[in-house]
Design a protein around this ligand. Structure first.
Ligand code: FAS
Ligand code: PHB
Length: 396
């Protein structure tokens, strides 16, 4: 049995775990990440695509934003297509000049892995049978198998950054947590295609056949989504059917055409809202998808994960520098203020743009009126814009 010791043990090398380790490193706090998958797997996993202004600034301020500044696409607005029209939400006008950056989550992960390894950080990839123990007392330990040998990583604190299917949340005793969930009656079928994006900015389309989204990864790679049945089988969606549906829903019968091309990757993502409270138990702290899930309509999942670990890193820094635990004790409350505001926004965007099976013609007209309002009222547009570019970090 191999025995190791560090200050903060982190389970999961996604955006939350990697960025937490990076922030801790900057304040001289040692961390070790234990990750179930391979480096290649986590660096190639296609997920989110949009960074909030505050997250962009944080990556730059903490020294890992250089490639993002070069390769990321700065967007000063998004478009909403509905009722045969396309209208723009202008962030420059409505969100004090803030913007979002289109830069893939897996590129952020690559930059963080490179920074961690470059700084001599430890990431244990392909760890098996990972367990988090002892966090109810003073001596938390992460146990795992790597290289065919069982290991114990003793730490002061454990950060559960292992996503929605990880082991950390489920390691907390029954009854200690309360979960809040809303499951949506649809899913997103997403494709990555070698096709020049047919729009310079994102287009969110509300259509009677269902929602569609035009996003991108670069001037030659499109990222596109269509709303499908929650139990849809990908086999029912050959490429030509996906393109046909995207043309109808995004084109809006205006003759406008999507550029089509080879589909490089496709998948179906379930849509749900989920929060667990509190996000901590003893010396175990949950962050990112391990604690909450948002429907991707608001482009918030990764941004919220990074907001969580920004709070956790500051709380751990306060402990190691002063011995005080007040920020650690307030971690959940501090994060949940932002989380529930982001949950509301993600729910609102999802409710406004998707076709719900139970909708009546009244609901459809109401949706169109809401879209008309937010795209014709400065106040209405500003509420969408300020949430989309990202609410200010509000902890002291
Ligand atoms: P992650 O899930 O990214 O990372 C958790 C890590 O923990 C993973 O590397 C996993 O391998 C590891 N792990 C799990 N169990 C473990 C164990 N037992 N031991 C060790 N390691 C373990 N968000 C958006 O904003 N826009 C999108 O378009 C979007 N699309 C998505 C598509 C899919 C298919 C999914 C699942 C999510 C999507 N999201 C999207 C949300 C996503 O971006 C998350 O919010 C983001 O990855 C959260 O980051 P983490 O909290 O680090 O969790
Ligand atoms: C993406 O580019 O993957 C993306 C963009 C905006 C969203 C969701 C996903 O709301």
């Amino acid at each position: 049995m191999g025995k190791m010791r560090t200050q903060v043990g982190i389970v999961g090398a996604g955006p939350a775990g990697l960025f937490l380790a990076h922030l801790l490193h900057l304040t001289g706090i040692e961390a070790v990440i234990v990750e179930a998958k391979s480096r290649r797997y986590v660096e190639e996993r296609i997920r989110a695509g949009v960074l909030e202004q505050g997250v962009r600034d944080l990556l730059v301020e903490t020294g890992i934003g250089e490639r993002m500044k070069l390769e990321g696409l700065l967007h000063h607005g998004i478009n909403l297509r509905f009722g045969g029209e396309k209208r723009r939400i202008d962030f420059s006008d409505l969100a004090d000049g803030q913007a979002v950056t289109v830069y893939s989550q897996h590129e952020v992960v690559k930059d963080l892995v490179a920074a961690r390894i470059g700084a001599g950080g430890t990431i244990i990839f392909e760890a098996e049978d990972v367990r988090a123990d002892g966090f109810e007392g003073q001596h938390p330990v992460i146990r795992f198998t790597a290289g065919g040998e069982r290991h114990e990583l003793f730490c002061d604190y454990i950060a559960g950054c292992d996503g929605s299917h990880g082991i950390c949340r489920s390691s907390i005793p029954e009854g200690a947590l309360t979960s809040f969930e809303r499951v949506y009656p649809f899913a997103w079928l997403g494709i990555l295609a070698r096709a020049a994006p047919a729009s310079e900015e994102l287009i969110y389309a509300q259509h009677e056949r269902g929602f569609a989204l035009l996003s991108m990864r670069s001037p030659t790679i499109s990222r596109l989504y269509v709303q499908v049945d929650p139990h849809e089988d990908l086999a029912n969606w050959p490429d030509d059917r996906i393109w046909e549906e995207l043309q109808i829903r995004l084109g809006g019968g205006t003759g406008w055409q999507l550029t089509e091309g080879p589909v490089l990757q496709k998948g179906i993502t379930a849509m749900r809202s989920f929060v667990t409270e509190p996000m901590q138990y003893g010396r175990l702290f949950l962050a990112g998808d391990a604690a909450h899930i948002v429907p991707p309509t608001g482009a918030k999942g990764m941004n919220l994960a990074i907001a969580d670990v920004r709070v956790l890193a500051r709380a751990l820094q306060s402990f190691y520098e002063t011995g005080r635990t007040d920020r650690l004790e307030a971690y959940s409350a501090t994060c949940l203020r932002r989380i529930w505001k982001v949950q509301r926004f993600s729910w609102w965007m999802t409710s406004m743009l998707h076709h719900f099976p139970e909708h009546t013609p009244f609901d459809h007209r109401r949706q169109l009126a809401e879209l008309d309002y937010v795209t014709s009222s400065r106040v209405g547009g500003a509420t969408l814009a300020e949430n989309y570019v990202g609410l200010p970090f509000d902890d002291p």
